[in-house]
Write a protein that binds this ligand. Sequence first.
Ligand SMILES: Cc1cc2nc3c(=O)[nH]c(=O)nc-3n(C[C@H](O)[C@H](O)[C@H](O)COP(=O)(O)O)c2cc1C
Length: 274
Amino acid sequence: MSVITINSEKCKKDGICVAECPLGIIGQTDSEHIPELLPGTDEMCISCGHCVAVCPHGALSHNKMAPEDCPPVKKDLLLSPEQVEYFIRSRRSIRVYKEQGVDKNILLKLIELAMYAPSGHNSQAVDWRIVYDRDEVQRYTGMVIDWMRYMIEKKSPFVEQLHLDMIVKTWESGKDTISRNAPHLVIVHGAKADVTAVDACIIAMTYFEFAAPSFGLGGCWGGFFNTAINAWKPLKEALGIPEGHNANGMMMVGYPEFKYHRLPLRNDPRVEIL
Ligand SMILES: Cc1cc2nc3c(=O)[nH]c(=O)nc-3n(C[C@H](O)[C@H](O)[C@H](O)COP(=O)(O)O)c2cc1C
């Protein structure tokens, strides 16, 4: 059975699905004929759903998504430029969290939303791990410190560049500047062999971070933690990240302790128009 089915009664032969298909695998002889999947191209379909989403007549069904399964676009819910600017500029990296933990279902909902992020070939090559338990957060963070101690011992040039000795000293004084005492950690990882995985993971985690404030939550990327996962085998194994995978992002998450009253400034963009 073809990956797409076109209802001949609903189809207006307008060729929109043909123009829209990113792989160019929907063809149409002329405006008298109903479009169809080009022979032998089923395997090429990336299941992006554009053909279903773009058909104004609900005439095209994909075997992974019928038009009835795909919610209609509600114009009144689209954000205005002003709302988008505010949304983007008001996101902050949160480094001080309330004690209160987050309902697991909220974290799962954020992950579900993050899966709508773009990915090369619609690969969605993103695997997620949630470190939910606060004691486990601290245990794994202690392993990041083990890696830093190892780096200090072998006099790695990164020690000075990344101030690793200071971070270790701060940890020893009882302060966590790695995971910031966040109640939970979320990690994205993907297959090393998949060329789409790094970008897919980073963009998905960015979506996760953007979605978090709508639930009153905030996050912060854990660059040290993420680097340590890939560099320090005991940590990677303890987290259960498969051998052929790399961690491509870690996000602390919890309820922010403080509110922000101003939108801080950033550099002007360096742009050359060619
Ligand atoms: C890939 C990446 C790694 C980061 N790693 C850390 C980290 O390990 N610890 C930390 O406190 N902040 C980390 N940050 C947060 C940045 O410091 C922060 O985004 C920047 O200071 C701008 O502040 P804002 O996010 O509130 O706009 C990281 C950010 C990114 C994108």
